[in-house]
Write a protein that binds this ligand. Structure first.
Ligand code: CA
Ligand code: CA
Ligand code: CA
Ligand code: CA
Length: 449
């Protein structure tokens, strides 16, 4: 083929026919490409809900009292968690619906599921449910379910719920008994053993809503808020105690938390946290001091971050045994959408935010490559999202850098102290990670808004 093209250029008499020839060439190559893609093995096949019996829909019913104008995260979606609730080796599915009852689908094998929500008693209460996490909260070998909610905002009332697994496919709602029936703007929960005492503690990720007092210098990050602001709860013999302040966790209303990821980012054996915050406040990078406290060090470790940070994930995507970070933002691929959407701040606003103490932030996906920890410094990250070709995609919320063979956390797993214990956790924003080596990058698409 190359020789034929050479002949055309060498002999001018072929030039009049060149357009037709190139048209033919293009069509032939396109046909080849199409044939090749048609022959390529498909990795996934969409199954009909009538076959799987998984027919969950997060149906929203806007009205004048509650809608996107009243609540800016109205279209963020619900959550989904996958975990083996009856210890039969098959992962079961639990979906949260913002307004409707949640759904539990028991895995019967061969991709057949049964809706056991009513029997199990996990439909839940509350008027606006968000993320969900599965973890063995009481350490009895049976996965429990923790559902986040928005509570006490306008017409919305509700509290976070903890469904303790009775071991017979029924559950008992026990959030108040465990001290984690939080009422506020919860987004997602990450259960992990931050103090290394063998039980699971809880990082509760909360978001916020706009209010005039949110627009201020970064000093208001120090001011705690009863409804917004994240919480760290220490598990003390089955009762969870809010240790946020003592542990150095911010809890202000400028924390628009949309993603939480857990992993040992500085390789000292203690799990650290990356918190994705929407809007003007920085993302938070909490290094675990291994003494029950954390130090927030985003500016010491990372040169710039996403602005409207949504989902985040921690995994070693390049196999160098250092955990890397992926955070998502809203830069669209499509030029029309890009030019007709809200994007980067105008330069004067950008400078204004810097002068108010906020970090360098840009609205595109970011892949932070872990460069290791130089002596006397925090772990350093190099942001390579553009080089890696992952800086822009259609609308997306939750990333996962995923191992080719996923190792699910299971009850009784001895890695519980080092790894996030959420056995298959997902919501519209944050997905904690399972593996730490050899990850591929996977990005989940969101609502497309
Ligand atoms: Ca349990
Ligand atoms: Ca613990
Ligand atoms: Ca660490
Ligand atoms: Ca790495």
């Amino acid at each position: 083929m190359t020789f034929l093209i050479y002949l055309i250029f060498r002999n001018n008499c072929f030039l009049p026919f060149a357009p037709c020839f190139f048209c033919f060439l293009f069509c032939s190559l396109s046909a080849c490409t199409n044939q090749e893609s048609a022959l390529a093995p498909k990795l996934f096949q969409s199954l009909n809900p009538s076959t799987t019996k998984v027919d969950f829909i997060n149906q929203l019913n806007e009205d004048e009292s509650f809608n996107i104008i009243q609540y800016l995260y109205y279209y963020n979606g619900g959550g989904v968690a996958a975990g083996d609730l009856n210890n039969d080796g098959l992962p079961d599915l639990y979906f949260t619906a913002n307004q409707l009852p949640n759904k539990l689908y028991l895995n019967k094998g061969n991709l057949q599921f049964e809706d056991t929500t009513e029997k199990a008693g996990v439909a839940g209460k509350g008027l606006w449910k968000t993320g969900v996490a599965m973890a063995d909260v009481n350490g009895d070998g049976w996965l429990d379910i923790y559902v986040c909610q928005v509570g006490d905002y306008k017409s919305i009332k509700g509290r976070n719920e903890l469904f303790i697994n009775n071991g017979d496919l029924t559950f008992t709602e026990s959030a108040a008994a465990y001290g984690i029936d939080f009422q506020g703007f919860s987004t997602q929960a990450a259960f992990f053993d931050y103090d290394g005492d063998g039980d699971l503690d809880l990082y509760l990720l909360n978001h916020s809503v706009h209010a005039s007092e949110n627009y201020s210098d970064s000093g208001i990050r120090q001011r705690r808020d009863p409804l917004s602001g994240d919480r760290l709860y220490r598990n003390e013999g089955g009762k969870f105690t809010d240790v946020s302040e003592k542990a150095g966790i911010y809890g202000s209303r400028i924390g628009y938390g949309l993603g939480v990821a857990v992993g040992d980012l500085n390789d000292d054996g203690c799990p650290d946290l990356y918190i994705s915050n929407d809007f003007h406040d920085n993302d938070y990078l909490y290094y675990n001091n291994c003494d029950g406290t954390f130090r927030e060090a985003i500016t010491a470790s990372i040169g710039h971050t996403t602005t409207f940070s949504m989902g985040s994930d921690v995994a070693d995507f390049n196999n160098d045994e250092r955990l890397d970070l992926l955070t998502l933002d809203m830069k669209p691929e499509d030029a029309f959408v890009l030019k007709s959407s809200v994007g980067a701040d105008p330069y004067n606003i950008y400078k204004f935010k810097l002068s108010f103490g906020y970090h360098y932030q840009y609205p595109r996906n970011m892949l932070q490559l872990n460069l290791g920890k130089p002596k006397g410094y925090e772990t350093q990250f190099a942001e390579i999202g553009q080089l890696a070709g992952v800086e822009q995609l259609p609308a997306h919320f939750a990333p996962r850098q995923r191992r080719k063979s996923v190792r699910y956390w299971r009850p009784g797993d001895d890695r519980i102290g080092r790894r996030p214990a959420n056995a298959g956790v997902a919501n519209h924003t944050g997905i904690p990670v399972f593996g730490r080596a050899g990850a591929d990058v996977w990005v989940g698409h969101g609502c497309g808004c």
